[in-house]
Design a protein around this ligand. Structure first.
Ligand SMILES: *[C@@H]1O[C@H](CO)[C@@H](O)[C@H](O)[C@H]1NC(C)=O
Ligand SMILES: *[C@@H]1O[C@H](CO)[C@@H](O)[C@H](O)[C@H]1NC(C)=O
Ligand SMILES: *[C@@H]1O[C@H](CO)[C@@H](O)[C@H](O)[C@H]1NC(C)=O
Ligand SMILES: *[C@@H]1O[C@H](CO)[C@@H](O)[C@H](O)[C@H]1NC(C)=O
Ligand SMILES: *[C@@H]1O[C@H](CO)[C@@H](O)[C@H](O)[C@H]1NC(C)=O
Ligand SMILES: *[C@@H]1O[C@H](CO)[C@@H](O)[C@H](O)[C@H]1NC(C)=O
Length: 354
């Protein structure tokens, strides 16, 4: 792993500020091992990171031939563990675009009552859907760059973040849109990363076979919150056997069945038949926003972390839901996936809090 540290290269301009939330003591020195909570990463007990953050609290960190954009909250405190949200961009997009459409860096957002460290990694360039382009994409799609191990990259990136920032290892989360949502699903299906991240949020996910393997076997019950629009023409809600050009490698599942498969995998099918009105494997249905149906599996008797929550939005296209239409040219969705759905779900699902 040492070559990773040598490969680390930073492009920014200002030292990491020592800012802590008002009212909290600001320790003068790094935590000693006896002061450090067990969920605090190494970055809580070493001296200030060499990472340089600019005036908007961004650092662009390079790891080998990869890069990821890091945003620390205004109230970042280098001796208090913060939650980490990794947000993977879609096909043709990048770190900056993903930060813009998801808003995980917005001021005032919290997990466990503390500001969030939000990270937007860049995919490698692949051949594109036509095979002769140069377009960023994550592992698991027909257009992914061949031979790139994005799971290993993600593990190395989280390790580097853990060593350089003060993070709460019980509160690492993965999310993504479209191709990045498909990759988020692949992380949930993979035992090593199902143990790394406490919960997952695939949005308008491109669930090609490589991202949603038939033998998905995470090794634990995995909390998943999923959003999909009924007007999505890129990844249709009803699924497709092939794309418009007849390419079967572009097959994607019926999203209802995709959610049911997760509930089934999580053991939710074991609910007693008298658990409530018949919703299939789902235990509750609600309409918290206009044009929005939320179905949630309730497997709390088996495991509180088994929850699968599916948001279906009537007129939503292939977008990250936002009332400001940040991803849809200003066309508003009925709610913000980030603030109203994902962060409350993540807050309710941490490791080590049975
Ligand atoms: C860390 O900082 C403390 C003082 O704040 C200093 O005594 C110590 O030598 C530093 N350790 C390293 C490894 O730089
Ligand atoms: C970060 O650096 C990489 C090159 O290492 C570049 O491709 C990427 O666009 C940069 N991101 C930002 C936000 O500047
Ligand atoms: C999608 O799956 C659900 C649940 O099995 C089913 O009710 C629905 O008819 C399916 N939709 C299509 C278009 O096949
Ligand atoms: C889930 O089921 C348990 C009993 O099995 C019940 O106590 C709880 O209220 C249910 N929660 C929801 C959100 O339906
Ligand atoms: C969504 O976020 C925007 C920007 O922060 C905010 O103005 C709006 O009130 C939010 N909407 C909801 C439903 O939370
Ligand atoms: C993790 O550490 C933080 C900060 O010390 C603490 O507030 C939180 O309760 C811890 N969470 C768990 C699950 O241990």
């Amino acid at each position: 792993m040492h070559f990773l540290y040598l490969a680390l290269f930073i492009l920014s301009v200002k030292a990491l500020p020592h800012r802590c939330t008002r009212g909290q003591a600001v320790p003068a020195a790094p935590l000693t091992p006896s002061q450090t909570p067990s969920n605090a990463t190494l970055g809580c007990s070493v001296n200030q990171t060499s990472w340089q953050f600019d005036h908007k609290n961004h650092a662009n960190v390079t790891l080998g031939d990869r890069s990821f954009l890091v945003h620390i909250p205004t109230a970042y405190c280098p001796t208090l563990p913060h939650a980490l949200v990794v947000s993977f961009h879609g096909y043709k997009a990048n770190d900056v675009r993903q930060e813009l459409i998801t808003g995980f860096s917005a001021a005032g957002l919290t997990l466990n009552g503390r500001g969030i460290v939000a990270v937007y990694p860049n995919g490698q360039f692949g051949p594109g859907k036509n095979g002769n382009e140069i377009i960023r994409a994550w592992q698991g799609a027909p257009y992914s760059p061949p031979g790139v191990d994005d799971i290993a990259f993600t593990q190395q990136m989280v390790q580097l973040l853990s060593d350089n920032l003060c993070l709460d290892s019980n509160r690492f989360y993965a999310s993504g849109k479209s191709n990045g949502g498909g990759f988020t699903n692949l992380l949930a299906c993979t035992p090593a990363t199902a143990e790394l991240f406490a919960a997952f949020a695939p949005v308008s996910a491109a669930l090609y076979a490589g991202a949603n393997p038939a033998d998905c076997n995470p090794g634990r019950s995995v909390p998943i919150i999923n959003f999909h629009g009924l007007a999505d023409k890129i990844i249709p809600f009803d699924g497709q056997a092939a794309d418009s050009q007849g390419r079967t490698e572009y097959a994607t599942p019926n999203i209802t069945q995709y959610r049911e498969a997760w509930a089934d995998r999580n053991g939710c099918a074991d609910l007693p038949p008298d658990a409530g009105p018949s919703l299939g494997i789902f235990a509750s249905v609600s309409h918290p926003y206009t044009q929005t149906t939320v179905k949630t599996s309730n497997c709390s008797e088996k495991s509180r972390d088994a929850v699968v929550s599916g948001f279906t939005v009537d007129n939503l296209g292939h977008f990250w839901p936002s009332t400001l239409g940040l991803d849809s040219g200003g066309v508003p969705a009925p709610f913000n996936a980030t603030e109203d759905g994902i962060l409350p779900f993540f807050d309710a699902h941490a490791f080590g809090s049975a």
